[in-house]
Design a protein around this ligand. Structure first.
Ligand SMILES: [Fe+2]
Ligand SMILES: [Fe+2]
Length: 267
């Protein structure tokens, strides 16, 4: 993000600018540019995060229940990669949103460094998946997508611990449970390139979950709350249906979210 009119942009305002960028390619480029400006040394500042990020005219956003069922074979693979690209584009916005929306909370500098790092990796994930779609003669926007991730963002816009509990610690963590099988399916279909992209995403998402858990536990220690008990309460309040095993406990444990968080759903 280039400073406008030679004024130094703040991180929070830059984050809002990225959120309000509709084109995925421009959103990715703006993410890398803002990360560079942040690392060169600008302040956090304050800015009003929009309720919803700007989105391109396509894909059409459908309710999850109206999404077409995915078939097997090459078409199914394109639909799978398209769905992941949509998740990663949302993840770029979620990282900038958690920076801008909670910038008034007087959080340590490490909080911003962590989430800027997450934003950059999410942009890399989106770009890698968009390239993979191009390899198959497809593009992001060709298929419908659903807005479930942003619905979860809206329902946790009032509370940083709730946001952390639901987005990284529940939805991103769910990705860790399901990605190893997806990597295996790609390998079994002799699609080593998609498998390599998914492996990179998987490795990075363990780091993202760790970032989420660390800041959740920071909030809990600041508020004098027990993290595991608070997680269970927030899930009951804000996540219909609860968690569904089986869990990828080795990956979750590497990220700092061990069985102690999952006990209510393990029996
Ligand atoms: Fe990602
Ligand atoms: Fe992530």
């Amino acid at each position: 993000m280039r400073p406008k009119n030679n004024l130094t942009v703040t991180l929070a305002q830059g984050a809002v600018d990225v959120l309000l960028t509709a084109s995925p390619e421009e959103k990715v480029a703006a993410t890398f540019a803002l990360a560079d400006v942040w690392r060169a040394g600008i302040g956090v500042g304050r800015a009003a995060a929009p309720d919803d990020p700007a989105r391109p005219p396509r894909p059409a956003l459908l309710p999850p229940s109206e999404m077409p069922r995915r078939s097997m074979g090459p078409k199914g693979r394109i639909a799978f990669i398209h769905a992941l690209a949509h998740i990663e584009l949302n993840a770029v916005d979620l990282a900038w949103d958690i920076i801008a929306r909670f910038a008034h909370l007087d959080l340590p500098l490490a909080y911003y460094n962590d989430w800027v790092g997450v934003a950059v990796e999410e942009a890399e994930h989106y770009a890698a998946l968009a390239n993979r779609l191009a390899d198959f003669g497809a593009a992001y926007g060709d298929l419908p997508a659903h807005n479930g991730l942003w619905d979860a963002a809206r329902s946790t816009a009032d509370s940083l611990p709730a946001r952390l509990a639901i987005i990284p610690m529940t939805l991103e963590a769910r990705g860790l449970d399901t990605t190893p099988a997806a990597i295996e399916r790609c390998r079994a279909a002799a699609d080593a390139d998609t498998a390599a992209v998914l492996q990179q995403i998987y490795d990075d998402e363990i780091k993202h979950l760790r970032v989420g858990v660390q800041w959740f536990e920071y909030c809990c220690s600041r508020d004098g709350a027990n993290p595991q008990a608070r997680y269970a309460v927030l899930l009951a309040e804000r996540f219909r249906g609860g968690l569904k095993p089986p869990f990828n406990l080795p990956a979750r444990t590497r990220a700092g979210m061990d069985e102690s968080y999952l006990k209510p759903w393990l029996s």
